[in-house]
Every structure is written in structure tokens, then in C-alpha cells.
Ligand binder design. Structure first.
Ligand code: SER
Length: 882
């Protein structure tokens, strides 16, 4: 079976069991502060498991794009070393939300594996939870009995809490699980060693393929367990492993999921991948690992970019950048590829996967471009880093002090230059040096702890105040409403303690789709509480405040800051107009790549390969202002997603849409977008639109920042006033632009002339100094005070004097606009034979001019504030040299 067929068979099987097949959610997470990336098939359904969202369909199945960069085997540094762990993988899953439980889940899993995929029953093992006294959870007898009806009893193994009790996170739904393992060893090996002893023992051929979780408990913040009112099933089958097993391969990388990628890497590197499991040759081993790393990472990088997460310097973007650099580094070190190559693998991936994941084909050019630019930049960093490491190694060897590079330096190279530890070690080896890895690890741990401490959030359990099912959002039509608090929770970070409130109904918009969350108040006759922000969390609308009302049970009025909301709406509706105009005037290749809408301004990132011209920007502003003037009624409608797409409504990659969507229309022939945000009623409310800037954010991504309403008008006024001030300064009625140009030209010409004069004056000073040279015991000395305003030229004079005078010491005191400075130059022979050190001397005499200084043994410089001490400083040097 080809991979595509394996996937389809899974989905068809569960469809035949009345499951709704849903598309994979984007891999990059929104609305869950505990996750950056979807890390398992169940993550997109957390809102349902937590009871925050209604169950619309109680049976669901899908293949979900997942990303794991930490964990026992998925530690980024280890992926590629073995043959069955990945950063990005697909998890096939079927779910029961308060519907079927253990019986159906187990029977169907068995039916699919053994009757549909026809896996050999004699190679399968299953595990069930053995129970745990401390947790007060008994042995999973039900699962055991069910399995006994299907599989030989000695193939049912008992597992402990670590392997057979699945938890969503620190707190939340959890429960026992039953895993299915496959023994892929040869008959002979299976004869010799009983497979049962190798289950969950890290054997590369005896691997877990499916995990079936029975969610029946809630883990509370105090770590206790509570039974869940509704029981659920969450299953996850590793797609890449299943394909490997069905294709009879010994490595996930030998399947048709990875082989086309590896073939392309072979072409690019002119090297061969060896599919033998036991490769003993060290060079071939490192080639194999590098090819696996690259084949794995290109998937992660491409899918992340397709889902809207560009590589960057922080958060999720930084994770992607690190993965990308790791792939480049393996190409560089083990495959000797010295120029951008990853981008040339994208088309192979697109060909393989775009039938299932159309986002890849739709965004192929942007993915390729972003990767190319990132690669080019990293090669430059690599080169800079290489120079720096060589310099450091040379210094150490020259000084002959140490045999290793200290951990702090290695860490700095890693942290500042993105320079990997093992590459540093490799280069150090060329100089017969080692690196202090322990010290490096200490620095790394320290940094990790620091950032963990900053981001650590301690969360209490929800405290329920009033019973209600879900929050009603009234904010599309209301700015205030009566409400009750359903539940609240205390959340502590290093910086602050906050409370989160969930209301039965609310006018507060929770941050999403780029639009910031509302602020406002919650009040009644006794209390007033300020809501400082509103965010979405696993399907809840969470209001943030610094304190709780005293009488928490009562009725309240929730009131948003209406002015702030209206300004935000101006910017949000203007963003839709901008999106539409960009596509109409620049091209349909333009996709939204990010947006921020608040009360001050709007920021819109979009894919485009070149800078927009002033004429294009002006044209865009004009069209938007025309639309604003037409006072178009903004329409919003809810409809099934297919119907919305049929109207041509724009949807965004990386957004998770439900089966029913909200459509915002500003003139149906102009702008229709899927959007959950709040908007103006009529476009004239926006008043005016003005672009403030257009710039590059990343490769192929441009950013427009713009203002609306009074913000735009103030911006004009401010610029107009500034222009008037400039005109007043220029004191002329001529064209301001050409006048400023001519002032700047004149200034440049004067600077050139001045430099020439300074040089000439410097030469005169030098001639004068040469007349003052004293010679004692074959050494030429100059001790002089001069008046001169140009520091750089003093340095030049001193270097010229040194080469003219051969063996010499020159000490200059300089008065520059009433400030003293000291400079010393010493010829190299004296530095070497007499151990003279300009740096030590200057540090010694600088305090006499109330100053500080430093430099190198042959040249040092100090600046100070006390002119009185200048002569004394020179005298002191003279005495010392005598
Ligand atoms: N949540 C379980 C896992 O990730 C099953 O999907 O293994």
C-alpha cells in the first residue's frame, strides 16, 4: 500500500463506523497558552475534552499534523539518529466524545489492523494499565477482558503509569490507555528473543504504533483525580510507523513518505543513502543521519511556513529557525553542501503531500523563497562564526595557556552567532583544542532556567460560582450586558498575579484574528472590577483582572471601553479593505501573513516579492478612501463553510475554521472574508485611511502599517507642521525637497574639504613633532602636548611617527575643545624586548587627567576631564621610562 492509500483506508474505515472526517487543524496553535504547536491528534479537540465547547459530532476521525521538539526521543538533537522518531509527523486518530468507549475502541482498532490492513496477529502485542495504588486507579480489567477475546493472553502485557496512563498536561482530562505494538524483527530473531520482553524497551524494530486513551478522569491543580462526567476516547496512531510496518520496511525513512525526499537530497549532495540497518562505516553513518535529519526537518519547516509561522527570533518562530539551521548544519558538516539547498527539496514534498494538504501547493513559492533567504543568511552567519572561532583558536594556541575553549565562549558562539556546539568542537580539533562541554551545558541550563522562570505560569483550578453551560458572546451587537460569573481562577507568573473570569454572557471580544481583546469594567452596586484584557483559551472567553469582586455570586453589568473598541473596529474594517485592494491592484498571489488591529493603528503582513512603489501605495490609499466615502453598509452572515467559499470569500491559511463560519462583506463585489472580528456598521465611520509605512518583514513578506480616522488626520497635521518648521528654518519659498538636497550636497562637499584641511594640519603637527625627538640609548622619544580637534588624525600621526622613527616611544597629550586626552605608541621591538606596554602605562596615568583609557601593548588612548593633570601625566611617563 502506498502511503496515501494507507491514510485513506484509515479515514474510510472510520467513516464506515459513522465518524465525521475532519481536516487537520493547523500545526501552529492559537488560543492555547500552554502549547506552541499541536503535539498530538487530540490537541485541537481540547476545548471539547475540557467541556468548554459543545459536542457537535460525537464521532470524529482525521489525520493531524503534529510537531514535537522535546520529549524523550523527540528531543531535537536526537531526531534523525534513530529511524522512527520525527519532529513533524501525522497522527491518525478517531474520537468518541461522550459516545462509545472501551469496547468499540478496542474492537475497531483490532479490526482495522488485522482485517483491513491485514497485519500479522503474531507480530502484535498490546498493553493495558496495571493500576496504581497511590492514584487509587485500579487495573484496567475491562480493557484486559476485551483484548482477551481478540488476542492470545500472553500477548497482553501490563504497563505502568509512565507508559499506560495518558495525560493532556499538568492538569486536565486523562485516563488509562492501551497501546498496540508491532514486532518487525526477522523470524529468526523472534524465535531467539520473545518480543514481549522488548515492548516499550526502545527496540528499533519493536515499536508502538497506536495508543488508545480512555479519558475518564480530570487531573486537578492539586494533582488529585476526579471522575469525568462524560467519558471520551482519544486514539493516536503514528502514520509514518504504520506505513513502515505495512510496507515491510525496517525504518520509517525507507517508506514512500521519506524516500522521494532522500532521493532528492542524494541528488543535491552527490552522495548515497544506505538503507542497510547496521551501517558500520562512520562516514556512511553520518551521511545517513544527515539525510534523515534533512528529510525530517524539511517537512516541519514547510508545513510551519504554510500554516503561517515564519522563522523568527522568538517563540514558535525561533523553534522553526533552529530546526531549519539544524538541517543546514547537517548538510554542511556531513554532506559538504556549502550553498542553499533545502529550498530545492520543497517541490518534492509538495508533489508528495499536496493532495492531502493543499496548503503546501498553494504556498509553494513563498515556502521556497522564505527557506532560501533563511539559508542564505545562515550561511553568512556560519562563515562569520567560522572566522571568529578560528581567531579564538589561534589566540589560545598563541598564548599557549589552555588546551580547550572555555564553555562561556562556546556558549556565546552558540547563542549570539547560532553556532552549533559540535561544529565548534570540530574546528577546535583542527587546532588540537577541545571544548569545555560541561561549562557550555551549565550556561545552556542557566539560560533555559532563566526563560522558564520568566514564562512559568502557575494556575489554580477553576472555582465554580454559578452553573451555566457556555458563554454567550454578545459583543457583535452589544457594548454592555447583564451577566454572572460562571467560574474564576488565579494565575500566577513571575511578574504578576491575575484572575481569570468566565461569564455566562459577555460583550467582551477575546483577542483573535489579529484584533486585540476588549478592556472595560464589570460592576454592580457593591463592586467594580477592571477588565484589563480578554483572551481565548481552549474555546473559553477569558476576562483578565487584577482582583476579584468581593461578592462574586451576584449579578454584574459588563461594559467594554466603547471608544477603544470603535477605534479598533475602524482599523479592522480598513484591514479588510486593504487586503482586498492589494489583491485587486497588486495581484492574486497576495496572501495575508499576519495582522494586528488595535485602537492605535493596523499592521498587515502579506506575501509579495517586491517593494510597493509610491504610486502603488497612493493608488491603494485612494481606492480605500473612495470605499470609505461610499459609506458602504458592512454585512455579516453565518453560513456553512462550503457555501462561504463558493461566494469567493477569502479564508486564511493557518486558521482553524468550523463547519459554520462568519462572513464579513464590505460591498459584495469588493471584499468578502471569513472573519470572527468586530467591524464598523458603515464605512464612513472609518473617516480616513493613511499608509504610514511599507517595509520588509522577512523574505517575500511585506508589511503595511496604516492609520484611520483621527489617527490618520493627526498624522497629516503632524507632518504638515513639521514641513512648515523646515520651511521656516530654510527661510525660503523655493521647493523644499530640492533645497534640502542642495544643503545636503553642500554639506558633503564641505566635509570633504574639511578632511583635507585636517590632514594637512596633521602633517604640519607631525613635522613639528619630528623636530622635538630626543634620542637616548638608541631609543627615540617624543613627549609633547598639542592642541588639535581631531582624534582620528592623532592616531594617524602617531602610526606614521612610529614607522618613521623605528625604535621609539611617543607620548602625546592633546587638548581638544578644553578636554584633555593622552595617546601612547610604542614600537614593536620595544614591546617585545623591553616588555613595554602602552595599555598598562595609560591605565596608570589616565587618573591624572581624571579619565579612563586602554588599548593594546603597542598603542593605547585615554580621554579625561582635567586639563591641569596633562603635563603631570606626561612627566610621570617620562620618569617611568627613565
Ligand atoms: N493522546 C494520545 C497520544 O498522543 C492518543 O492520541 O498518544
Amino acid at each position: 500500500m502506498k502511503a496515501q492509500q494507507v491514510r485513506q483506508t484509515f479515514l474510510d474505515f472510520f467513516q464506515s463506523k459513522q465518524h465525521q472526517i475532519v481536516p487537520s487543524a493547523p500545526m501552529v496553535v492559537k488560543g492555547d497558552p500552554t502549547l506552541m504547536f499541536i503535539n498530538s491528534g487530540m490537541a485541537p479537540f481540547k476545548d471539547i475534552f475540557l467541556g468548554n465547547a459543545p459536542i457537535k459530532n460525537s464521532r470524529v476521525a482525521d489525520t493531524q499534523k503534529c510537531l514535537r521538539v522535546s520529549g524523550k526521543h523527540n528531543d531535537l538533537e536526537e531526531v534523525g539518529v534513530d529511524t522512527y522518531h520525527h519532529t513533524m509527523f501525522e497522527m491518525l486518530g478517531n474520537w468518541s466524545f461522550a459516545d462509545y468507549f472501551k469496547k468499540e475502541a478496542i474492537t475497531w482498532a483490532w479490526e482495522l489492523l488485522t482485517e483491513v490492513y491485514k497485519l500479522d496477529k503474531n507480530r502484535l502485542y498490546v498493553t493495558v494499565f496495571e493500576g496504581n495504588k497511590e492514584e487509587n486507579v485500579p487495573f484496567d480489567d475491562e480493557a484486559f477482558t476485551l483484548w482477551k477475546g481478540l488476542i492470545d493472553e500472553n500477548r497482553i502485557l501490563k504497563g505502568n503509569k509512565k507508559d499506560n496512563f495518558w495525560e493532556m498536561g499538568e492538569a486536565g482530562p486523562c485516563g488509562p490507555c492501551t497501546e498496540i505494538h508491532y514486532d518487525g524483527r526477522t523470524d529468526e530473531e523472534r524465535e531467539n528473543i520473545n518480543g514481549a520482553t522488548l515492548v516499550n524497551a526502545d527496540h528499533p524494530q519493536v515499536i508502538e504504533i497506536w495508543n488508545v486513551v480512555f479519558m475518564e478522569f480530570m487531573r486537578k491543580a492539586d494533582k488529585s483525580l476526579e471522575p469525568l462526567p462524560n467519558k471520551h476516547v482519544d486514539t493516536g496512531m503514528g502514520f509514518e510507523r504504520l506505513v513502515r510496518v505495512l510496507q515491510g520496511k525496517q525504518s520509517n525513512y525507507d517508506t514512500d513518505i521519506f524516500m522521494p525526499l532522500i532521493t532528492q537530497i542524494e541528488k543535491l549532495s552527490n552522495l548515497k543513502y544506505n538503507t542497510q540497518i547496521e551501517v558500520t562505516d562512520k562516514t556512511q553513518q553520518s551521511i545517513n543521519i544527515a539525510m534523515r535529519v534533512i528529510a525530517d526537518h524539511i517537512r516541519t519547516i514547510s508545513f510551519s511556513i504554510a500554516d503561517g509561522q515564519l522563522p523568527s527570533n522568538n517563540g514558535a518562530g525561533y523553534v522553526i529557525r533552529r530546526i531549519l539551521r539544524r538541517a543546514i548544519r547537517y548538510g554542511y558538516q556531513s554532506l559538504h553542501i556549502k550553498q542553499p539547498f533545502l529550498n530545492q527539496i520543497v517541490s518534492t514534498l509538495v508533489n508528495q503531500l499536496s493532495a492531502q494538504f493543499p496548503e503546501l501547493a498553494a504556498q509553494q513559492s513563498i515556502i521556497t523563497k522564505v527557506i532560501f533567504e533563511e539559508e542564505s543568511a545562515f550561511y553568512k552567519t556560519l562563515e562569520l562564526g567560522l572566522k571568529r572561532i578560528s581567531h579564538i583558536c589561534e589566540q589560545i594556541v598563541k598564548e599557549n595557556k589552555a588546551k580547550s575553549i572555555d564553555g562561556k565562549t562556546v556558549f556565546e558562539l552558540y547563542d549570539t552567532f547560532g553556532f552549533p556546539l559540535d561544529l565548534t568542537a570540530l574546528i577546535a580539533k583542527d587546532y588540537n583544542l577541545t571544548i569545555n562541554e560541561n561549562e557550555f551545558n551549565d550556561h545552556l541550563t542557566e539560560q533555559k532556567n532563566r526563560s522558564r522562570a520568566v514564562s512559568k505560569v502557575e494556575s489554580d483550578d477553576w472555582v465554580f460560582v454559578n452553573q451555566d453551560d457556555q458563554t454567550k458572546f454578545l459583543g457583535y451587537t452589544h457594548s454592555s450586558c447583564e451577566c454572572k460569573i460562571i467560574k474564576h481562577k488565579k494565575v500566577k507568573t513571575k511578574q504578576s498575579t491575575m484572575y481569570q473570569l468566565v461569564l455566562n454572557q459577555t460583550p467582551f471580544y477575546a483577542e483573535s484574528g489579529g484584533q486585540v481583546g476588549d478592556t472595560g469594567i464589570l460592576q454592580n452596586n457593591h463592586d467594580i472590577v477592571y477588565i484589563t484584557d480578554t483572551k481565548k483559551e481552549n474555546g473559553l472567553i477569558v476576562h483578565y483582572c487584577n482582583q476579584l469582586p468581593e461578592k462574586i455570586e451576584g449579578n454584574f453589568t459588563a461594559q467594554i471601553d466603547i471608544e477603544k473598541r470603535q477605534l479598533t473596529e475602524n482599523n479592522h474594517s480598513a484591514t479588510h479593505l486593504l487586503h482586498a485592494v492589494l489583491r485587486q491592484t497588486i495581484g492574486l498571489h497576495i496572501e495575508q501573513k499576519g495582522s494586528l488591529v488595535n485602537s492605535d493603528y493596523l499592521r498587515f503582513d502579506f506575501s509579495n516579492f517586491s517593494k510597493l512603489t509610491n504610486e502603488q501605495l497612493l493608488n491603494i490609499e485612494n481606492i480605500i478612501n473612495q470605499k470609505i466615502n461610499q459609506n458602504i453598509q458592512v454585512q455579516t452572515k453565518e453560513m456553512p463553510i462550503d457555501e462561504a467559499k463558493a461566494t469567493g470569500a477569502m479564508s486564511l491559511f493557518g486558521e482553524k475554521y468550523g463547519s459554520t463560519v462568519r462572513v464579513v462583506e464590505i460591498d459584495k463585489s469588493f471584499s468578502i472574508e471569513l472573519c470572527g472580528g468586530t467591524h464598523v456598521k458603515k464605512t464612513q465611520q472609518i473617516k480616513y485611511f493613511k499608509i504610514k509605512s511599507e517595509s520588509a518583514v522577512a523574505a517575500g513578506i511585506r508589511r503595511i502599517e496604516a492609520l484611520t480616522s483621527d489617527g490618520a488626520i493627526n498624522y497629516y497635521n503632524q507632518h504638515f507642521n513639521e514641513l512648515n518648521e523646515i520651511k521656516a528654518i530654510l527661510n525660503s519659498n523655493k521647493n523644499t525637497v530640492s533645497q534640502i538636497k542642495s544643503v545636503l550636497d553642500e554639506n558633503a562637499e564641505l566635509k570633504k574639504q574639511l578632511q583635507q584641511f585636517v590632514k594637512e594640519k596633521g602633517q604640519l603637527i607631525k613635522q613639528d613633532l619630528l623636530k622635538k625627538v630626543q634620542n637616548k640609548k638608541g631609543i627615540n622619544y617624543i613627549f609633547q602636548i598639542i592642541s588639535f580637534n581631531h582624534e582620528d588624525e592623532i592616531k594617524n600621526i602617531l602610526f606614521e611617527l612610529r614607522s618613521q622613527l623605528n625604535t621609539c616611544v611617543c607620548v602625546l597629550g592633546c587638548i581638544n575643545q578644553n578636554k584633555p586626552s593622552l595617546s601612547i605608541i610604542i614600537s614593536d621591538d620595544l614591546v617585545k624586548t623591553k616588555n613595554l606596554n602602552a595599555n598598562t602605562i595609560i591605565r596608570d596615568i589616565a587618573p591624572l587627567i581624571n579619565g579612563k583609557g586602554g588599548g593594546q601593548p603597542f598603542y593605547a588612548q585615554a580621554g579625561g576631564t582635567s586639563l591641569d593633570g596633562l603635563q603631570a601625566a606626561i612627566n610621570k611617563t617620562k620618569e617611568f621610562l627613565n
